[in-house]
Design a protein around this ligand. Sequence first.
Ligand SMILES: [Zn+2]
Length: 304
Amino acid sequence: MRKLGNQENEVSRLQEQLSAAEVVIVGAGAGLSASAGFDYTGERFSRYFHDFGDKYGFADMYSGGFYPYQTLEEYWAYWSRYIWINRYQNPPKPVYNALSELMQEKKYFVLTTNVDHQFQRAGVDKERLFYTQGDYGLWQCSKPCHNLTYDNEEQVRKMIEAQGFVIDGKGQLTLPQGVRPAMSIPTELVPYCPRCGKPLTMNLRADDTFVEDAGWQTASERYTAFLREAQHQRTLFLELGTGYNTPAIIKYSFWRMVSRRPKAFYACINLGEAYAPAELGAKAVCINGDVGEVLKALADGEHV
Ligand SMILES: [Zn+2]
């Protein structure tokens, strides 16, 4: 087990719990996507955003997303690249597929704060999925005057191509040799609300203007029903890469349910932040490691 040598016991304990569990509830945060290679800084940032970085002095995609651009044409030039590479392009490493395979024989449900849609891309049925914080692939009215969301793939593709990028057959965003991308999109591609005419915006939970559309409501109800059904079943709460940005959604709720449910067990896999409260005692295992590495170790172990 590469990089996990000193945690073999923990991985074995998790493996036992996984095998014995009747139900698995996965809670996934940013660390899972980071492990899949969705790096928001470094080489990936410079490859797609060095022009914006040079102009405005930021060095990671998050900061660029918050920058107060003067025009919507420039805002969407930035955001269309961001959306494409983090939502419509495959991740560098198949960590989501590994998780999906590991869950194949299980009855499971996924609760996630990730907005990059990678569970569905890896084949997880949307009926087993509750993405609480939104989706890079959806837009909503910025007011909002109504609570529908809009798929953005086709429009984002047009914005990307208008900047000089090419999207290859595999969905990979590339820039032809010698081309300098435009840093704004044509005005006619700026998206507006079809009802009130205000600009459309990302369907991401940043404040109370977040639209919880019908898909969101249905997923929320499915999750609640799944939890209720699992109440007396042997349940593994498997937390992957969840940090302390929004701990109430997954982490604290998992701790509370595990402490109240006699047949529940809590596992936390997180690089640098693997922790469980002492009161969970023997009902918890923490593995301080890269999520992808641990999933691989679990998958390898199952086939030994
Ligand atoms: Zn509107």
